[in-house]
Design a protein around this ligand. Structure first.
Ligand code: FES
Ligand code: FE2
Length: 430
């Protein structure tokens, strides 16, 4: 490699001919440190869904790329995001994963904050110097913005507005939210948190990889066939690089969908309800948009680390890089508010069967990711991975790799930026 700062020429493209990724990007700690200073500082990172803090006083805590955060709804009903760290000496002010409270009380010396962030009680306050004020020492917030209940933050001062960042992927994000006739979606109670033995970018690739489906997930497809699903059509679709690093698979699949395609085992009543929802969505949005909402499966990457998988069920998945070779994956099931009981049960079943960590797919994918990570550690002679499938095609299919190339182009652009603080602001690739 010839490079000027060590972060260039890690992704090499000869248009229409060749596309390679240097394998050190999955194994070298330097690149994770660089990603933290560029992509994970200046990009917009998903925090949570507003439905997770629906009522005044509700809170959740999250860790995002090492930062400990609180997302809550204050007593006045306003959504807030705070750094979970006491202004005094830094202890976590909230140590529960979720709950409801009017105040956060630090366990170390009992400084107490309202759920709107103000510091309201300091033990032995008179002992502090004259200039010390409660007003100046409330909980601190990162910059955050909300799009249709999806809450994102950025640690970079210069990031473009959230909607500009999301612009190329908004029609697809809208098509997820619009599964609900009222536009009101909710994260279902419970979540999965599991650790995968691979670099976070391997999981990005795997989540957008239509090429491995039948090779790796045979058991699942046999199971579906045994339950009466018609798999003859296989998986047909396209892989799309949307811009700003966002990418997706868009495809027709045999999975049941509670907004259009009944499951084989579904009751007649539920079947009719699915059909009614589908026709109401056509009335509301028109044929073309309704088709995207109801009949189209989607694996969407919102760059860099949020995945929305709308396939056998609907999943929000975030990837938190905890080491160069380990990633924490957090996942939730998303559903329209007020969904009928039987449809909800099918949604949860589809989620657990395919997308959950104990389902038919995720353990298989974990094996594959660990095998790649191990392969990179042991095959010293092979420096480059090949990501060229479908290059030169006018319309790359979902089993090609254009969607991954979109991710990699943005990744290379961001990590190679000469100014860490400005690497992904203002000049993002379209
Ligand atoms: S660290 Fe929180 S009160 Fe001292
Ligand atoms: Fe998979």
């Amino acid at each position: 490699m010839s490079d000027s700062n060590g972060f260039e020429d890690l992704v090499v493209e000869t248009p229409g001919v060749d596309f390679r990724v240097h394998r050190s990007v999955f194994t070298d700690e330097r690149y994770l440190e660089r990603e933290k200073k560029t992509i994970f500082t200046n990009g917009w990172l998903y925090v949570g869904h507003a439905s997770e803090v629906r009522n005044p006083g509700d809170f959740i805590t999250r860790t995002i790329v090492g930062e400990r955060l609180i997302m809550c709804r204050d007593t006045g009903g306003e959504l807030r995001v705070f750094f979970n760290s006491c202004r005094h000496r830094g202890a976590l002010v909230c140590r529960e994963p979720s709950g409801n409270t009017a105040r956060f009380r630090c366990l170390y010396h009992a400084w107490t904050y309202r759920n709107s962030g103000e510091l309201v009680a300091v033990a032995e306050r008179a002992s502090f110097p004259e200039g010390f004020s409660l007003e100046d020492n409330g909980l601190e917030s990162p910059r955050f913005e909300v799009y249709r209940d999806f809450v994102f933050l950025t640690f970079g001062a210069d990031a473009s507005p959230l909607q500009d960042y999301l612009a190329p992927v908004l029609p697809y994000l809208d098509s997820i939210v619009d599964q609900s006739l009222t536009g009101d979606m909710e994260v279902l109670m419970g979540s999965h948190l599991y650790r995968m033995g691979g670099n976070w970018k391997l999981i990005v690739e795997n989540s957008l990889d239509g090429y491995h489906g039948f090779a790796v997930h045979q058991t699942y497809f046999k199971y579906l066939a045994g339950r009466g699903y018609d798999l003859d059509g296989g998986l047909e679709g396209v892989g799309l690089s949307l811009g700003n690093g966002h990418a997706m698979l868009r495809y027709k699949a045999p999975f049941g969908r509670s907004v259009a395609r009944p499951w084989p085992a579904m009751s007649e009543q539920a079947r009719q309800r699915v059909e009614t929802i589908a026709s109401e969505l056509v009335d509301k949005h028109g044929e073309e948009k309704a088709d995207l909402i109801t009949k189209t499966s989607k694996n969407i990457l919102i760059y860099p680390n949020l995945l929305i998988i709308d396939a056998a069920s609907l999943q929000i998945r975030i990837l938190d890089p905890i080491a160069v070779d380990h990633t924490d994956v957090s996942a939730w099931c998303l559903a329209p508010v007020g969904e009928e009981e039987e449809l909800r049960q099918h949604r949860i079943q589809g989620y657990l069967e395919f997308l959950g960590p104990g389902g038919f797919a995720t353990p298989d994918d974990n094996e594959v990711i660990e095998a790649c990570q191990e392969g990179y550690g042991q095959v010293r002679g092979i420096e480059w991975s090949i990501v060229s499938k479908g290059m030169g095609k006018e319309v790359p299919s979902m089993t090609d790799e254009e969607q991954m190339r979109g991710f990699w182009r943005q990744w290379q652009h961001d990590v190679a930026g000469t100014n860490e603080a400005a690497a992904v602001t203002g000049g993002r690739q379209g």
